[in-house]
Write a protein that binds this ligand. Structure first.
Ligand SMILES: [Zn+2]
Ligand SMILES: [Zn+2]
Length: 236
């Protein structure tokens, strides 16, 4: 399997752990959602129960267009997962924010399909996004009549102050990604505030161009340049 197309079917949809296709467990009711363990299945049920639908698999199968979009989105997210985590963290500006920033805010990106994508990593184009409070995101969903009970429950799900929530809006799909910071976020909160601010002010252009070109490095280069302007070049 090429790195262009990492396998996502062995990954827990609750905690992100990749346990491999052989070990992953599937929700017995809808057979659409995958878990690494009984613990993750139980933890996820509070929100999953609102959407767990034994007929959804069949209806997806009978609607090839929406099924194709769903699959393309899953692959795309999997290819960009590490970068999405970085961008979310940079955008959150943890060194200059209250300690509960990750509990009160979410990182939202808006993407759309592009015509004739040159690769799976370029299947979508980003046209907007940013950090906002969960309350303001829900208000936005209400305006467009997309604030279903399930979606609101997912947005409001609390996983503490060291777990970040990424929300991806893609046409009529909404995806929720969660990830926990390795050291509980201490290194990010203690980062040089000027550096944290520079990253928060510059992530978006880097992200849009990386997604456009399919090159994750594009974003890194852009951000390094922004950081050097603030804190000076790294010591040799
Ligand atoms: Zn898990
Ligand atoms: Zn289910």
């Amino acid at each position: 399997m090429s790195s262009e197309d990492k396998d996502f079917k062995g990954r827990c949809m609750y905690c992100n752990t990749d346990v491999g296709r052989d070990k992953v467990k599937t929700c017995g009711r809808c057979r659409l959602v995958r878990y690494c363990s009984k613990e993750c299945q139980i933890a996820s049920w509070k929100t999953h129960k609102l959407r767990c639908n034994p007929n959804l698999r069949e209806s997806l199968a009978s609607d090839p267009a929406s099924n194709a979009l769903n699959t393309a989105l899953s692959k795309w997210i999997n290819n960009w997962r590490d970068e999405l985590h970085n961008w979310a963290i940079w955008a959150m500006d943890l060194a200059n924010s209250p300690p509960d920033r990750l509990a009160t805010h979410c990182f939202v990106i808006e993407i759309e399909r592009r015509l004739n994508p040159p690769s799976a990593s370029q299947f979508f184009r980003m046209h907007g996004g940013g950090v906002e409070t969960r309350a303001s995101f829900i208000a936005r969903l209400e305006e467009i009549n997309e604030a279903s009970e399930e979606t609101v429950a997912c947005v409001n799900e609390r996983r503490g102050t060291d777990t970040a929530q990424i929300i991806i809006l893609c046409e009529d799909l909404i995806r929720f990604l969660w990830f926990s910071l390795r050291d509980g976020g201490a290194s990010l909160r203690n980062r040089d505030p000027a550096m944290s601010k520079a990253l928060a002010e510059n992530w978006q252009q880097g992200m849009i161009s990386a997604i456009e070109t399919g090159r994750p490095q594009a974003s890194k280069t852009h951000l390094d340049r922004a950081a050097i302007k603030v804190i000076g070049p790294p010591p040799i």
